[in-house]
Design a protein around this ligand. Structure first.
Ligand SMILES: [Zn+2]
Length: 140
């Protein structure tokens, strides 16, 4: 869908210019009218068909304009959605980083025994609890 609308402005303008050129030069009319005249159509019906065929390139401009406007709206929404998605991802990542930082801050707030007060084993760096008996190494 995005590919369909991505270049709608450029394609639409080229299409409109093409329609105007076809209308002004009357190419389409000159090609099609002889075929219709061969069908034996006469009088009012022929002149109605004649004017419809003359105006057809101009009528084609309407869907092209709609294509340009719809494309503009779609692309805008598409970009907004992509932006919102990126923001949500960033917020999620920041929240995860914040959790890690909060944990570090909490760790640094306390002082720790160098040996377990329960079993006496030496505390290894970054430990909060004794790895042998599970006793808290925080000095209260
Ligand atoms: Zn211990």
């Amino acid at each position: 869908m995005y590919k369909f609308f991505k270049h709608s402005l450029l394609i639409g303008i080229i299409g409109i210019i093409f329609c105007i050129v076809v209308f002004v030069t009357n190419i389409f009319h000159n090609l099609v009218m002889p075929l219709i005249e061969n069908t034996g159509l006469e009088g009012t019906s022929l002149s109605v068909v004649d004017s419809i065929i003359s105006a057809l390139p101009l009528l084609l401009i309407i869907p092209l304009v709609i294509y340009i406007i719809a494309g503009h709206i779609y692309v805008q929404r598409h970009l907004e959605n992509a932006e919102a998605k990126a923001s949500r991802k960033l917020l999620k990542e920041n929240a995860a980083k914040q959790v890690v930082l909060d944990d570090k801050v909490d760790f640094l707030k306390h002082k720790y025994y160098s040996n377990c007060p329960n079993c006496g084993s030496v505390r290894v760096e970054d430990e909060r609890e004794c790895k042998f008996c599970g006793t808290s190494l925080v000095i209260k």
